[in-house]
Design a protein around this ligand. Structure first.
Ligand code: AHR
Length: 495
């Protein structure tokens, strides 16, 4: 007997699902860049790890944020271009090595932008506000994007890149309430305006570029209100020189998935679902202050962050089914808020935190979260539509966990894509999906993680076990029925 009902309302459009909500974040931290994307110095061969690049390419990443993270506000981009690259300390992260952490600068701007070209991804550069200045920031924009006959544009050419890269997304700092300079929201707003004046004005010099400026927000929402009030002050007639406001949401920091029990799984998933409240609150702050300007919400860093991920471990933690399940639930939330969401970047791309790809010596393999992104890929660029969900919940100490989640979108031919998650790590749930006016002539359904335990960890040997399986569904009188195993995800295409 079905115990969960999902109604899809194809006529109730939310907005386009920006492909960028499936974005990624990569920092000079632990083994993300070195030994992840780029061969570690200790490895004889040089350059990109083709195995990792191929996996990323297959996933069709829409956007990639770099070089941090906290690293960004201690990074001086000129260290990482040209022939002579100084070796520097890495102030924030232990690079996964036992010795004093150091940054060789082997992987810099041109390498990052070449990676983006190879995998056809929009680059997103985070500028150094905490320890840098607007001149350094503007120079970076000029080096990357200017087509004229200046020293910086010519330096890019000498470094092998005749044409401007056309970098569109520029982040003004990272966590400037913390590692990016411990600023107050008002102080950051003033710094932001100083940077935005110069970086933003570079637009006038570009032939085709339309830079989008991205500001640092915070999960402590008081920051967002005060920042927006200050940055919106238009003493000189310039209002809100920003396109997107961000926040970071990590969850599960007090747990190890391997040591947790089912109660802790529930708590972890409920923490992940807090994403919805954060999106609504930051969007509300934007609405309240910036009434005339279209400012999008970016979740710039997100994902599970567990006790194993410390600076000493290079923020590495096992890749589990539970984490992947949380990613599915969060991607459903992004779909439901397509009207405000302009981007989201899971942390981080390779080896660090809830990465999608892991390397182990000469092996590179997809983590369970990778398969979730793949399963959700058909939503990208579709119109999100409303769903209503009537499903059991489990009472928690401070709230409740809905045991079934879902979202839906419509493509330009009227086809519907539904994703559904069984967030119950104990029981199966039979789900009935009311398809409304959609004539279900062809249905194709897949499921992830059926038969896997939530704490199942991926490694080089078992990576193939986390790939999708076909899901049996039945359709009758406009209603589709599917039986979802505990801690599983489904992707259902209805044409
Ligand atoms: O992703 C790891 C770190 O988490 C980033 O450097 C920082 O922005 C955040 O606190």
């Amino acid at each position: 007997m079905p115990d969960a009902r999902i109604a899809v309302h194809p006529e109730a459009r939310i907005d386009r699902i920006e492909p960028e909500v499936h974005g990624h974040f990569s920092e000079h931290l632990g083994r993300c860049i070195y030994d992840g994307i780029w061969h570690d110095e200790t490895v004889d061969s040089e350059g990109f790890r083709e195995d990792v690049v191929d996996l990323l390419d297959d996933l069709d990443l829409p956007v990639l944020r770099w070089p941090g993270g906290c690293f960004a506000d201690d990074y001086h981009w000129e260290d990482g271009v040209g022939e002579d690259r100084p070796r520097r300390r890495n102030l924030f992260w232990a690079q996964g090595r036992e010795e004093i952490p150091e940054e060789p600068n082997t992987f810099g701007t041109d390498e990052f932008l070449e990676l983006c070209e190879r995998i056809d991804t929009e680059p997103y550069l985070a500028l150094n506000v905490g320890s840098g200045d607007p001149q350094e920031a503007t120079d970076w924009v000029e080096y990357c994007n200017y087509d004229g006959d200046t020293e910086l544009a010519n330096r890019r050419r000498e470094n092998g890149h005749e044409d401007p890269y056309g970098v569109k997304y520029w982040g003004i700092g990272n966590e400037n309430w913390g590692c990016g300079g411990q600023m107050s929201p008002e102080q950051y707003a003033r710094e932001y305006r100083r940077f935005a004046t110069y970086v933003g004005t570079m637009d006038n010099l570009m032939v085709e570029e339309d830079h989008e400026l991205i500001a640092v927000g915070y999960e402590r929402h008081e920051w967002n209100r005060r920042y927006l009030e200050e940055v919106g002050e238009s003493a000189w007639g310039v209002e809100f020189p920003l396109d997107h406001l961000t926040l970071h949401h990590y969850y599960g920091r007090d747990m190890s998935v391997a040591e947790a029990d089912e109660d802790k799984y529930d708590k972890f998933l409920a923490e992940a679902l807090e994403m919805e409240r954060h999106i609504e609150r930051i969007a509300g702050a934007i609405d309240a202050v910036a009434t005339t300007r279209d400012i999008g919400v970016i979740i710039d860093e997100w994902g599970g962050w567990h006790v194993e991920a410390t600076a000493d471990s290079g923020l590495e933690q096992p890749g589990t089914v539970l984490d992947a399940l949380s990613a599915a639930a969060v991607l459903d939330i992004f779909n439901d808020h397509a009207d405000v969401m302009t981007m989201a970047n899971i942390a981080q791309t390779v080896n660090v935190l809830q990465c999608l790809v892991e390397t182990d010596g000469d092996d590179a393999f997809a983590r369970p979260t990778y398969h979730v992104f793949d399963l959700y890929a058909p939503h990208k660029g579709n119109e999100a539509v409303r769903t209503s969900i009537d499903a059991p919940t489990r009472a928690l100490d401070d709230g409740e966990l809905p045991l079934v989640g879902a979202s839906a979108s419509v493509d330009e031919d009227g086809g519907v894509y539904v994703t559904a998650t069984n967030l119950d790590c104990r029981e199966r749930h039979t789900v009935e999906i009311d398809l409304g006016s959609v004539a279900a002539e062809t249905v194709d359904a897949q499921t992830l993680f059926d038969g896997q335990e939530p704490d199942a960890e991926v490694d080089a040997d078992n990576a193939g076990e986390f790939e999708p399986d076909d899901l049996d569904v039945s359709v009758s009188d406009g209603t589709l029925t599917a039986d979802l195993g505990p801690a599983t995800v489904a992707g259902i295409s209805i044409q």
